[in-house]
Ligand binder design. Sequence first.
Ligand code: ADP
Length: 689
Amino acid sequence: MTLTPASHIKRFDTLLIANRGEIACRIMRTARAMGLRTVAIYSDADANARHVREADEAVRIGPAAARESYLDVAAVIAAAQRTGTGAIHPGYGFLSENGTFVEALDTAGITFVGPPASAIAAMGDKSAAKVRMEKASVPLVPGYHGADQDDALLRREADSIGYPVLLKASAGGGGKGMRVVESGDEFQAMLDGCRRESRAAFSDDRMLIEKYLTQPRHVEVQVFCDSHGNGVYLFERDCSVQRRHQKVLEEAPAPGMSEALRCKMGDAAVRAAQEIGYVGAGTVEFLLDADGSFYFMEMNTRLQVEHPITEMITGQDLVEWQLRVAMGESLPCTQQELSINGHSFEARLYAEDPEQDFLPATGTLSRFHVDLEGAGLTPEQVRLDSGVESGDTVSMHYDPMLAKLIVHGPDRAAALATLNRALAALDVQGVVTNRAFLQRLATHPDFASGNVDTRFIERHEDSLFAKHRYTHENYASAALVGLHQLARESESHSPWDRHDGFRLNAPRTIRIALCPITQGQGQNVPADAEFCVVEGQRAAGANDWQLTIGNETLHATISSLEGDAVAITLNGHRRRLQARLVGERERNIVVMVDSQRETRLYWNRIDSIDHGHHEAESTLTAPMHGTVVTLLQEPGVRVEKGMPLMVMEAMKMEHTINAPTNGQVESFHFSAGDTVGQGDVLLEFAPEE
Ligand code: ADP
């Protein structure tokens, strides 16, 4: 096996963290505890970010775009040289699995906290990695990963594997160039499509074929190797709960794992690492089938996002292990010295809107806080790894993950109960997040019983994205939130009651029209939207209202608590929630968040109501701040409802703007490369008569 050349191992007293966000903060925490000087790097968008504030020193490395800053090898090395840095920790993402970067560091005499370039290369190509794994007797999904790429040969291989099969780009990653083929008839068309996608994304169209497992679990093993030939595994994590092949909730250990299977998978993972001369922290990902068979999928040659759950159950600090191994020390523990204590979950908090197809969100975090004490939780039970604090802004430039909530309990049920309490205690305001969605996942009965696989979210779509049925109470609450906020503003600024007023002593009726904003709708009110009209009259006290919906009358009071929190009482039933009225372009929107979900409704005084019918049909607006990637249609050419018109990108994710109905684009207001703001009109659309 290959050992790290001794020249690469030297003690260092300064660590540069070539990353941002929560992982940069987390790495610095351990580095500081080990007495190292910490250096952050930052792009213009991050000049005042938390990781910069917390580092001993920080160096600007370029403009906001990642490829001109965090991905710029020369700029990162220059920052290291300028600060006399001995070692660089790459975190995850960005340059963490970039062999060229590792080689450049070797040349510059800077220690890379991670594996040798040769090990990264060995796992970089899916087909080549499989050949190596076969040699090390690591089980593979039945399939074909040969060099011969003749179409007819691939078809014969697929036939003999048995459908459904999965076509994957050898050079692939991030779910690109991957397609499920259900039968031989569609094989050729799928192959052609996959090859095109792979050529476009990776300039390489070699394919491999795998048996498609219908209900696998994603179980991965944490491994660690030092430069003296020692290797151990720190048990497994189950990361089956995914959306768009991205992990959302992870846990360790995997539910229902037998000791025998754990040993078998752990040994296979260590064999995989040693086969390629691995040094440092790595993760070997497996698919685990219902019958207990497991198959190698890939190895991630870096620290994983979800490493904290392994730390929680083993009591080890994996970043400390990484730094010690990089300094040339032996692994701190042998396999026999490692054991599992209790159970841990991690929930990833993303700035995104699950109700709008996980659209990334931006804005200023007016509040970001977990009240552990209030929830009766201790720091031993809950760890929050965060890259943000109250007052920080969330930009469109990077991954939308804000923080990770990590919990520990003596067993799975206890840990899950803690996760739910911690999620409820997490108070995030100002930016839309998946907090309530995480809570629906974590309280789902099937999740509680450990019945998870990679299609969990898909299978439970109905309950996880439950089409919210709007009750009179929901509409009344939303109406009240807006009335209350405007009344308060009017008391501080004055003449807001220009036309009809809610003058305190003149109880006139105000009519509010409300319309729920539903999943995938973006900012347009659909032409057939149903508005609910609520009439409000101020009653005796300043915060008392009488609300009428249809024939029903509700006695309502509202009082502001801290931040956006309000207490609303409707006919004697008191509820606490977070709510606010926000103005987006000419529209008012009420955002209400309770423990289960976030709901948003258009809120308009009836005298100024604009149904937006004309607009919804003739213009399409940007659902978020971002850049235009490409225009897909020619103006004047007929398109059918749902056909893609243009593609936007925000925070590394693409979003397609589709035709709202049959018709044609009259004109685009932007070209590829342009930056657009949320709510900007993207194009004029002429619906068919
Ligand atoms: P990428 O490198 O593009 O992320 P992976 O090979 O890691 O692709 O697979 C991503 C996800 O796709 C896995 O986590 C799993 O959910 C699913 N997947 C991959 N291979 C198979 C397979 N053979 N059968 C079923 N699902 C699979």
